[in-house]
Design a protein around this ligand. Sequence first.
Ligand code: GTP
Ligand code: MG
Length: 190
Amino acid sequence: MKIFSAKLVCSAPESSQFPRDNLPEFAFIGRSNVGKSSLINSLLKQRHLARTSSTPGRTRLINFFRINENFYFVDCPGYGYSKASKILRRSWSHLIDQYLEERKQLCSCVVIIDSRIGPTPLDVGTIKWLQQLLIPFFVVLTKADKLNRSELQKSLKHTESLVSGVPVLAYSSTKGIGHNQVWLLLNNYV
Ligand SMILES: Nc1nc2c(ncn2[C@@H]2O[C@H](COP(=O)(O)OP(=O)(O)OP(=O)(O)O)[C@@H](O)[C@H]2O)c(=O)[nH]1
Ligand SMILES: [Mg+2]
């Protein structure tokens, strides 16, 4: 995919502020610090479009990036950040639930999981929720550069066994591993 333009058009604290132009959307969801914002930057070959940080819980609002004036990448707050207050955690997860339940223009979710950790109960819960809502999704295992080949194969197999039939791809934002494969799946929708 050739990227002509990519801009942050909205950081929404609540659903009334989601964009209203009805373009197709891809949502990037996963645990805090798993590499969601880095994946978005890497796919768009941008360095600082989505804010990344080694401090978990950095993305607190739902950020909408309009790409090529044609579709959106949606960067969601990470779930499961244990140091955030209970109230904050509840408001983030309420915001994400609202987004997933209501958003008609949502084409597909990209569920992001740390390849070194594999799916946690929270990830499995999210996947079940997407299946219940009939939202298409695929899984990206990030930080693949941190594993050797056999560890990565093991992680892929283990994740595949938990999400039978759903594509699972390895990705590294630092090395660009998986870039074309992720775009191939996204291209099915735009
Ligand atoms: N080695 C390596 N580090 C990565 C990769 N992806 C992300 N990181 C690092 O992981 C940390 C978290 O990345 P973010 O992209 O901010 O993670 P996030 O999921 O958006 O985090 P929150 O917004 O806080 O939920 C940063 O220090 C990144 O540099 C990767 O593929 N390889
Ligand atoms: Mg982020």
